[in-house]
Design a binder for this molecule. Structure first.
Ligand SMILES: [Zn+2]
Length: 170
């Protein structure tokens, strides 16, 4: 049995779904001055998931609100960040408090093919724990020409958030 609620803040939509022993907050859009953390229900559960693949831009007001929400939820369960967008990863690297007590289970990373341009790849943290803990981008290949993709950000900066924050959950 599960139920879900949607909360809208300007260009941000949050969907909250509850299951037996977990709760999932899905964020889509921009985390900006329209986001008010106080209007988001705090639902405790053994595992509190965040689905973040469609998070776009943050601004300074939005990130402050975000940190308050994550701090409160950290007291109610174990936070697990899933499918973090590239902008979400950038934000976590700039403001480590963005994770609260949480771990990153999976995240997108930017890559490029000389021939076929920019792309991104979903990385499961536990599958590539050693490489990313050493700030090395996992090898990925182009869908079109099968050539090795070039990592399209600064490895030292992009994987910074990983230190001590790797998800051990499956
Ligand atoms: Zn290619």
């Amino acid at each position: 049995m599960s139920e879900s609620d949607t909360i809208n803040f300007g260009a941000l939509k949050i969907t909250l779904s509850k299951a037996i022993d977990s709760v999932t907050y899905t964020f889509e859009g921009d985390v900006d001055e329209n986001f008010r953390h106080k209007d988001v229900p705090r639902v405790g559960a053994k595992q509190i998931n965040f689905i973040l693949e469609n998070v776009n831009n943050f601004n300074s007001v939005g990130i402050r609100e975000w940190v308050y929400l994550v701090r409160d939820l950290s007291a109610l369960g174990s936070l697990c960040f899933k499918r973090c967008s590239v902008t979400m990863v950038d934000q976590i690297n700039m403001v480590p408090d963005s994770l609260g007590n949480g771990v990153v289970e999976s995240f997108y990373a930017p890559y490029a093919c000389d021939e076929h341009g920019e792309t991104s790849r979903l990385i499961m943290a536990k599958d590539h724990a050693k490489e990313i803990s050493e700030n090395i981008a996992p090898d990925m290949q182009c869908d079109h020409c099968k050539e090795k993709l070039v990592f399209d950000a600064l490895e030292d900066a992009y994987f910074m958030f990983v230190s001590g924050k790797l998800s051990k959950a499956s």
